[in-house]
Design a protein around this ligand. Sequence first.
Ligand SMILES: [Zn+2]
Ligand SMILES: [Zn+2]
Length: 213
Amino acid sequence: MDDNLIITRLVVGSLSANCYIVGEAASGEGIVIDPGGNAATIREAIAASGLDIGTIVLTHGHSDHIAALHDIQEATGAGAAIHIEDADFLEGRGAYSSQFGISYPTPRPPDRLLREGDEICFGDTTLTVLHTPGHTPGSICLRGEGRVFTGDTLFRRGIGTTLMPGSSRRVLLESIRRRLMTLPDATIVHPGHGRETTIGAERRDNPYVRGDW
Ligand SMILES: [Zn+2]
Ligand SMILES: [Zn+2]
């Protein structure tokens, strides 16, 4: 499976979010996860990948994950998919929106509202939506192919902030324990910020997961 899957991580925007371009070598089909800024860089990486982007998936609605959404929608013609409980983040406020001091072109409304268990498909690959609220009410992780894309739910040795309106640390830790720590140790974690890790390494070394923070 892995030889067929191409994963490019781009670090974008002033908050250094990870934008992922994920696709299949065989079919040439792919998706973009979290176009959070630096639209030109993302566009160039998509072009270099040669992938046909079918969907732009948002792990949640914060500006550092959606700031380049409008541009990537325009460039690829792909529709956006976001959990129904985070869809309000995409609502238009004129030509430009602003959130947490980041101003960005207002994206088109989402084409697809996601719920627990929904599937994102490209070529022969399927990623399953895990609803993992806590950082935001509509935060999701995408699981498949021995991997999980965790957005701002789980980082290498860290977790997403719960200091935002609508965040809850209790709910976030419950999501991590019930939905992520139940995955196999070898599962590769692609977080929304920072380097990749594995479920096993976080089970062992993440102080928030261990409960000794
Ligand atoms: Zn966030
Ligand atoms: Zn973030």
